[in-house]
Design a protein around this ligand. Sequence first.
Ligand SMILES: [Zn+2]
Length: 242
Amino acid sequence: MSGNRIIATGKRNELHALYPKAEIVGGEKFLLTPAFINSHDHGRAIGTAALGIPDDLLEIWLVKLSSLPNIDPYLAAAYDGLRLLRSGVGTVAHSHNPRDWENMEAEAAATISGYKDAGIRVAFHPPILDQNLLVYDDAEQFLAGLPAHLIQQAKQLMKAVPLDRQDYFGLCTDLFNTYHDSKQFMCHVQVSPVGGQWCSDELIESAVDFARQHQTKVQMHLLETGMLLYLTFIGMRYQQLK
Ligand SMILES: [Zn+2]
């Protein structure tokens, strides 16, 4: 190794003859592998269960996440990065959960810098969604069926995110131009319509177009909710019964 580069590979004796002063690490009980990749992380630093939010049905669990403590994005990423490195992970796919949607550019900068300082590669995913924020149903009809004292709270959770499609791809362009590193691959900026149930077809198509134009990738959650499968099943049964 020289700095962070592997400069030669080969049989131990031959390498030792070529580089007699090189430090020898490892031993019979070690296995040399490429660093692992964590293909999905939210960079929360501390697991949600440890912070008092046990696993649950996705939709119920997501609402509870609003009670998570607001950890500084730089610290969260640096701590997450160090813990991952200790487990042999050299690259993390970070699906960002904004503390404040309107401040996502600064949060992205802090997060990317936290991973960089920890020394881990990151594929950074700024999120976007444009439908079904609290329920997979007609919003007005859902609100009309709620007890009066819950309506305001529900409306709050159903509020559209403050980035429209144009703002989002503008942000992605800025992040891409500033941080995307196609030489050393320390940071890749990839677009992230968060999941099929939360994104319109137009939004997903625009994300694919952006990725093609910029030679980057699209990252989404797929089929992470049993509730959606259940609703699909009920829908199919209903169609059959009609
Ligand atoms: Zn996720």
